[in-house]
Structure formats: C-alpha cells, structure tokens
Design a protein around this ligand. Sequence first.
Ligand SMILES: Cc1cc2nc3c(=O)[nH]c(=O)nc-3n(C[C@H](O)[C@H](O)[C@H](O)COP(=O)(O)OP(=O)(O)OC[C@H]3O[C@@H](n4cnc5c(N)ncnc54)[C@H](O)[C@@H]3O)c2cc1C
Length: 259
Amino acid sequence: MNNNARHSIRDIISNNEIMPGVFLMWIKAPEIADAAKPGQFIMMHCGGKTLLRRPISIHRTDGSKLAVLYAESGAGTQWLSKQKEQASIDILGPLGNGYMIKKDAKNLLLIAGGMGIAPLAFLAQSAIAESKRITLLLGAQKADTLFPDSLLLSDIKCIVTTDDGSAGIKGRTTDLLPSYLGEADQVFACGPAPMYRTMYKNNLLNNKPCQVSLEVRMACGMGVCYGCTIKTQNGLKQVCHDGPVFEFDDVLWDELVDI
Ligand SMILES: Cc1cc2nc3c(=O)[nH]c(=O)nc-3n(C[C@H](O)[C@H](O)[C@H](O)COP(=O)(O)OP(=O)(O)OC[C@H]3O[C@@H](n4cnc5c(N)ncnc54)[C@H](O)[C@@H]3O)c2cc1C
C-alpha cells in the first residue's frame, strides 16, 4: 500500500449533480488532500450493498478538501449520489501512482474522454501551479454530458468535441489529436477503452510519449489481490499499485481484455 495512504471517516461538504447522473462531491480530508498527486485515487466505501470499496480518482484538491467526480453507474455510485452534506464517508487514500510532469515540459496536451476529465482536472490544477501551458481536448457524447466550462480552470485552453455535434466540434477528441500533437511536450490521457484503442490502432500518438490512466476492474485497490493485473512490456503489473497511470507504449493493448 502507498505509504501516504490513510483510512479515514470524513465529512461530506457537498454532493451535487452537475450534469445528468454525474456528481461532484467535496470531502473534508486534510491528510489525503495534502498528500495527493494527480492521477491518484481513493477507495470509497459505498454502503451496505457493495462489499468492496470503489476506486474513484481524486478530481481536485483545495486546502484541506478534496473533490471526486463520479458517474452513477451501479449500486456503489448510486449510494454515493444519495449521501447528503455533513454525512460521514469512509475513504482510503491516496492510492496508486499518478501522472508525472517533466520539469522541462512547457506545453501539456490533455485528452479527456467523458469522465476522463476526473483525474485530468487535478493534473491541470497542478500543472498550472507550475506555470505550464495546458491544452485540453475535452470530448463528450452530447452537449448535456459535457463537463461544464464553468468548472474548468480559466487558464486552460479547451477544445470541445461532441459525437453528435451538439456542442463544440462534431467528432471525437482523437480526431483532433494529430493537429495538437506537434506543439505538445507531453501528452496525458484519460478516457474509455475505445478512445485508447483508437489511439493505439491508428498510431495517433506518432510515438510521442503519453501517460494514460487505466480504469480496469479493481477489488482491493492496494496491491494485495492481484485482481487488476495487466500485461505490459515490462511484465505483469497491478493497475492499483503500479498504476493506474502507465506509459501508453508500456501497455500491451492487444492483451488488455478487461477495459
Ligand atoms: C483507478 C480508477 C479510478 C476511477 N475513477 C473514477 C472516477 O473518478 N469517477 C467515476 O465515475 N468512476 C471512476 N472509476 C470507475 C468506478 O470505480 C467503477 O465504475 C465502479 O465500478 C463503480 O461502482 P458501482 O458500484 O457504482 O458500479 P458497478 O456495479 O461496479 O458497475 C456498474 C457498471 O459498470 C461496469 N464497470 C464497472 N467497473 C468497470 C471498469 N473498470 N471497466 C469497465 N466497466 C466497468 C460494470 O460491468 C457495470 O455494468 C475509476 C476506476 C478506477 C480503476
């Protein structure tokens, strides 16, 4: 387990539906907020119906508070969505290895597919504090599932795509990737499996280094159960312990069945 990881029962500050079925929860958690790095996650206890905690990325930090952004997808996240302000929440973190920004990288290209904005917002926050320039390719299926502009930091240059063209440019973030790759010193991505598969199959990164966060199914979240093991160029790796962030080229995409 990550040495900085803490188990705590903490107070929910707010828990609001910011777009249909997607919630932003702020939690008072000083020791986790202080130790957290972009790309790391917490394991959240989600009530009596789900035995296992659920991994959720750290979306933002602000002093002693941290935020998570989650989509209602099953019993665990439905339970989370019903929790009210001032209720207690049982969390463990920060866990995993996050994104690494190179000191000499000035221009960062972030690619967020749907809920992939969850960890990338924290990366952007941290990068802006280090005076990096951020270009974000932000994709969604349609306008009402697009992460709100008002919640993005103003220093980010954001280019929006929607599958149906109801906001921004019609198409996918991956359609725009080749146009923005040239000016990027480093690339960071988080998104659904089809987004990664498109990047892989069409060699869209053109061999430029890129770090990706993998959301494979996870049980313990602490490197104990080996349930989230994947194959990489450097052997078997546990997503919870060695990741969730990996170098894109390290992942054996053809062997990845669980995402
Ligand atoms: C490191 C990491 C960070 C994550 N961060 C976030 C986050 O910030 N916000 C967020 O909303 N979610 C995030 N997830 C995904 C979230 O943990 C899962 O969706 C979780 O299963 C939700 O729990 P649930 O009980 O609501 O749904 P479940 O009942 O567990 O699952 C609901 C549906 O999603 C499918 N599913 C669950 N997990 C996966 C998976 N890993 N890959 C493909 N399909 C899956 C199930 O088959 C089912 O159909 C993250 C996952 C990982 C590994």
